[in-house]
Design a protein around this ligand. Structure first.
Ligand code: HEC
Length: 145
């Protein structure tokens, strides 16, 4: 009897920890359908852009890495993403993470250009992770469906 109770509480603990990052822990952000689709399509392009940036870094094409980051994720991308339109639907923390992602991407663009001049690829890679850390932070905290 006692063994069964211990076993059950053990199983429950496993279940709870295995699901620690499941939707229930993330804040649901309700968006109008069209806006949610637009946001998810931007997201898919963000991932594609990160992949293209890594390819460019791998081939030593630092100017290309910089341009992709600035145009597709950086502050220059805000208009195309309809950011001003979407911001009012997002909790403050989500907006802040989004702003940090955009400014990190613009910062990376500068660092990547410098890497083109001084060959400091390691610094560029570190700067790239300042962008992806914001992707991870937002995904851990929010969901839209
Ligand atoms: C400010 C918040 C935020 C930031 C920053 C962010 N995302 Fe997202 N992303 C989301 C949310 C919310 C979803 C939807 C998750 C859900 O509902 O389960 C999402 C979904 C996605 C998806 C799935 C798209 C689909 O069609 O289902 C991809 C891919 C993605 N994000 C990539 C990225 C990448 C790469 C970055 C960083 C360069 C990034 N995101 C930054 C909030 C963010």
């Amino acid at each position: 009897m006692r063994f069964t109770r211990v076993l059950i509480s053990g199983l429950l603990a496993c279940f709870v920890s295995a699901h620690a990052n499941e939707p229930a822990d993330r804040v649901l952000v309700v968006l109008p359908d069209a806006m949610r689709e637009h946001m998810l399509s931007n997201m898919r392009d963000h991932l594609k852009a990160i992949s293209e940036i890594q390819t460019a870094l791998g081939t030593g094409d630092f100017q290309r890495a910089a341009d992709i980051a600035e145009q597709r994720i950086g502050l220059s991308s805000l208009g195309a993403h309809g950011a001003a339109h979407m911001a009012p639907f997002m909790p403050k923390e989500m907006q802040d993470i989004g702003s940090r992602m955009h400014s990190s991407a613009s910062q990376f663009a500068l660092v990547a250009q410098e890497a083109g001049a001084d060959g400091n690829v390691q610094r560029a890679i570190g700067s790239l992770s300042a962008i992806t850390n914001q992707c991870v932070a937002c995904h851990a905290a929010f969901r839209v469906r």
